[in-house]
Design a protein around this ligand. Structure first.
Ligand SMILES: [Zn+2]
Length: 246
């Protein structure tokens, strides 16, 4: 009897400290997984309560005439590749820009997800890159490109040869990734309003997702997964009446 009570108290004690201890880091598995992001910090509440969250499944898009993709990506801008523990990210020096809605958005960084976060008509892709741009008011435009499995992506080859394997490991890219060459030939895109797909899940993000995919080899996908040690896609979020433009 005594022993049982003691065991119960010990169990309660450990459960109590477990329950009151918030996970300190967000991630993609276990205590810090996407369904727990809003519990990690009050700053992350939109991850739970937001109505315009990303990623989404792109379907039922409305055919609307919209502006052509307008980007200026000079190929001589320095890039650094970093493993930030959540994604493989390439930090860029200033000079790459995207024009949309009469505003200029400057590329801040781009990073890779595996598998894709957004899906198209229910289809998931093995990889997705997010090119994150900001205007001078701090508003964001994310340009996303999907990768399907196929031929090796020659534009990624050089960067992939120095993929940082450890968190916070960084390498200068001797040969910068040419973003023009990374884009598909067909520049048509879907457009919708969404959020950051990582905490704090801030909304009001302009999302452009290229309709056509580019290829990446089985080995290149495997190398990204190996460097990350985990998948890094947030689950699909509800549309809640948002319109997708085609
Ligand atoms: Zn992303």
């Amino acid at each position: 009897m005594k022993k049982t009570l003691l065991a119960t108290i010990l169990m309660l004690g450990s459960f109590g400290s477990y329950a009151s201890e918030l996970p300190k880091h967000w991630g993609y598995a276990g205590e810090g997984s996407p369904e727990h992001w809003s519990e990690i910090s009050t700053d992350f509440s939109l991850c739970q309560t937001g109505k315009n969250q990303s990623p989404i499944d792109i379907h039922g898009a409305m055919q609307v005439k919209h502006e052509a993709l307008s980007v200026i990506y000079p190929n001589d801008i320095k890039q650094k590749i970093v493993n930030n523990g959540h994604a493989i990210q390439v930090n860029v020096e200033p000079g790459n820009t995207l024009n949309l809605d009469g505003m200029t958005f400057a590329l801040q960084q781009f990073h890779f997800h595996t598998p894709s976060e957004n899906t198209i008509n229910g289809e998931s892709f093995p990889m997705e890159v997010h090119l994150v741009h900001a205007n001078d008011k701090g508003e964001l435009t994310v340009l996303a490109i999907m990768f399907k499995e196929g031929k090796e992506n020659a534009e990624l080859a050089s960067a992939w040869s120095v993929l940082p394997q450890k968190e916070n490991e960084t390498h200068d890219l001797a040969k910068a990734i040419d973003l023009n060459a990374l884009l598909p030939n067909n520049k048509n895109y879907y457009r919708f309003s969404g959020s950051l797909t990582t905490p704090p899940c801030s909304e009001g993000v302009r999302w452009l997702v290229m309709k056509d995919q580019v290829t990446v080899s089985t080995q290149q996908i495997a190398a990204l997964k190996a460097a990350l040690h985990h998948t890094n896609n947030r689950p699909i979020q509800p549309l809640n009446g948002r319109v997708i433009i085609d």
